[in-house]
Design a protein around this ligand. Structure first.
Ligand SMILES: [Cu+2]
Length: 496
């Protein structure tokens, strides 16, 4: 036990001290009533709560006494997704969770200073990196009779992370780390929004991959209703002890991105002091009340600023050579101009098991300008411009699905569609929650943006790019229990 958060795979095989104490603390938190702010279920409901779903899954029953209405209004259903608040909200949530676990370990007779480990799945130097850490797969604690709470949770997906063709989800990677801007519709951290629960903005690239992918790849689904594994849905994700290690790595990727040369961090008051329409809240570490925080509290010098043992392994961020200059954090307006819609398809589309094709039409003048700008001998000034495919307001009932989009691919069934035409693929983590219509909101669903700059240039070079007829083919799969189709309100092409 040290003062920094460490790589889960470097703590020792099987039942190392960190995981054994974590397991004991989880058992203690699970035994607390849901009205207790330091209980396992209260903490998970802060992410998202659905009473009927929880009753259906046996997490509570119809008679379970819930916290007061004011407690639930302030602290439950807070998770921030599709927003530039995604990273800071989760950072505060993780930090307080870690403190509660650490305090519980002390009360059970363990040492002070327990730190949340991170699951460093993209560390290419570790052959085990993509495997779920061992302690989360063992059925019993070392005594051989106590059920292991780190394993005893519905997971129907992968035990070793990789592509999932059945769900049309490509392999996870670190491409999000290349986004220079924290904020924007195409960005590292997400678009500028108010309190984003339910989802109201556009997901940052990190929130999509690896974040959303790992949720769905591990959570998976079973053929039943409700069928999503706990990690696959907002309402149950926090009930899986692995959730916290996954998010710890996402949080570390943010910390690593911050030391990359040239990145452009958000510095506006709406982000630093927001959201203005509803404050973030966590329980006090002893559960005696609630306490507010802002994104500012999650930055260097703030009460929730984390300390990691390493920001280089598995982050793609190079270490500064000895004697070299560390990057200086830039704070200011985004470096990228917001891309503009230059063409869209005509109608809402409904996805099924077979690929669905829709045509995006760009007006003649804009189309001609685009092809000229991208083609051979293109004007220098245009070479850095990016082109995007936007899938707007994707809606569906299950969260454990995925989709993949192709541009101008040849005719054929999905297995014949070559990878070279892929515009992007994504897990649809939280789709069910984001699509829900209730009294207060209409359910915007999820909006995804894929960078198709290279693909579009290649298609122009091949003479396979008619701006008046860009053929977008989309395949999708939803979780086991749902029979409702996935729909997409509009498909558009954007240019910087
Ligand atoms: Cu998450």
């Amino acid at each position: 036990m040290v003062g920094k958060r460490e790589d889960a795979w470097k703590l020792g095989a099987g039942w190392n001290d960190t995981f054994l104490w974590y397991a004991k603390a989880v058992i203690a938190l699970k035994s607390r009533p849901v009205t207790d702010r330091t209980s396992w279920r209260y903490l998970a409901a802060m992410h998202q709560f659905d009473r009927n779903l929880w009753i259906g899954l046996g997490i509570i029953d119809k008679k379970t006494k819930l916290p007061s209405a004011s407690d639930m209004d302030v602290a439950w259903n807070q998770c921030q997704h599709s927003s530039f608040y995604f990273l800071p909200w989760h950072r505060g949530y993780l930090a307080r969770f870690e403190e509660i676990i650490a305090a519980t370990i002390v009360s059970l007779g363990g040492n002070a200073g327990w730190k949340l480990p991170y699951w460093n799945y993209l560390d290419s130097t570790n052959p085990n990196a993509r495997k779920i850490p061992e302690a989360f797969l063992l059925k019993y604690l070392p005594d051989g009779t106590t059920r292991n709470p780190l394993e005893d949770v519905p997971r129907y997906g992968q035990k070793v992370l990789g592509p999932e063709p059945r769900l049309h989800i490509d392999d996870i990677d670190l491409s999000a780390m290349d986004e220079p801007d924290f904020t924007g519709s195409v960005s590292f951290g997400g678009s500028k929004t108010l309190f984003s629960n339910p989802d109201i903005g556009i997901r940052g690239q990190l929130e999509n991959v690896p974040h959303g992918s790992v949720h769905v790849l591990v959570g998976g689904a079973r053929p039943a209703n409700p069928g999503d594994g706990y990690l696959s849905a907002f309402e149950t994700a926090g009930l899986d002890p692995l959730f916290w290690l996954h998010h710890c790595n996402i949080d570390r990727l943010w910390a690593a991105w911050m030391i990359k040369p040239g990145v452009n961090m958000e510095a506006g008051k709406q982000w630093l002091d927001g959201p203005s329409n509803r404050a973030f809240a966590v329980p006090k570490a002893d559960g005696s009340g609630l306490e507010n925080y802002t994104a500012r509290d999650t930055l260097n010098g703030g009460k929730f600023y984390p300390d990691y043992d390493d920001l280089h392994a598995g982050t793609g961020v190079a270490a500064v050579p000895a004697g070299g200059q560390a990057a200086v954090l830039v704070q200011g307006p985004a470096t990228m101009t917001e891309p503009k819609v230059i063409g869209a398809n005509g109608e809402k589309i409904t996805l099924g098991d077979a690929p669905v094709e829709t045509a995006v039409k760009i007006a003649p003048q804009a189309g001609k300008a685009m092809v000229t700008a991208m083609g051979p001998g293109a004007p220098e000034a245009d070479s850095g411009k990016r082109t995007f495919l936007k899938l707007e307001n994707i809606r569906g009932a299950s969260s454990a699905g995925g989709l993949k989009a192709y541009v101008n691919a040849p005719a054929g069934s999905e297995k014949d569609l070559p990878q070279e035409y892929v515009a992007g693929s994504a897990a649809l983590f939280g789709l069910g929650s984001a699509s829900k219509v209730d009294g207060q909101h209409g359910g915007n669903g999820i909006t995804l943006i894929f960078d198709i700059s290279d693909l579009a240039r290649r298609l122009v070079d091949q003479g396979n790019f008619d701006p008046s007829n860009i053929r977008v083919k989309i395949v999708s799969a939803h979780g086991g229990g749902s029979t409702n189709p996935i729909t997409i309100e509009r498909v558009s092409v954007l240019r910087e």
